[in-house]
Design a protein around this ligand. Sequence first.
Ligand SMILES: [Zn+2]
Length: 261
Amino acid sequence: MNRRQFTALSSATLLPPLAAAYEPASVVDAMPGTLPVLFTVPHDGAEFLGLFPHRTQGTTVRDLGTRALAERVAALLHQQLGHRPYLVVAKFSRKHLDANRSEADAMESPAMLPAYRAYHDHVAAYVAQIRKAFPSGALLIDVHGQSQEPGTTFRGTRAGLTVKRLLGRFGPAALQGPDSIFGQLAAKGYAVNPAADAASMREDPRFAGGYTVFTYGSHRPDGIDAIQFEFGGQHRSNPRLPEDFAAALVGFMKAFDLLPK
Ligand SMILES: [Zn+2]
């Protein structure tokens, strides 16, 4: 018997029933907001949901600093606008569960399903609330970190698909022009990909937009505009990033009519 089989066997025989291993509501932090903006943070959790075997397929590394970034930007928006974005944060480790994948691909143990559903039930409920409260437009920002190109922040919208509504109203300038979020970050010296003056909307296939933006994006009848941000490691460790990201968001919301009247 190898170590893995032994772990699986002891989990099955020695632990209390699976449902008692963790409380699904406690493994996700969710806070409703008053702005038409929702931050989702799937990959910065550190909690283990019982002694279940770790995932053996797919990426299991943590997107360090993305939770702190989203929370800091939320606090800055609150200070500057008197309104808060919505926030959904996974507290569970990606070693157990990847919330940015489909249910079938997210986990290798069915015991992770309640945690997965707790995360996506919050996201789906907030998207529905936001659509109702802000019929003129709204944005989901899926916050990630990558270390393959630490000096670059990548955009993922499946080449514009998941922001179909934004593009329909304002054209490509809303995604990569000078008033777009990425355009404003680029103007502050952050290398972004695609470049702010790119002729096409093609995105790097490694970061072109995962399950969350594809599930909740505005190409769906019940979705909202959705962009995946993959912040490079150097950008995440830049102490000015939260201020710069918040300023870029405020500029974007002003330019594209998302500030509450
Ligand atoms: Zn990630």
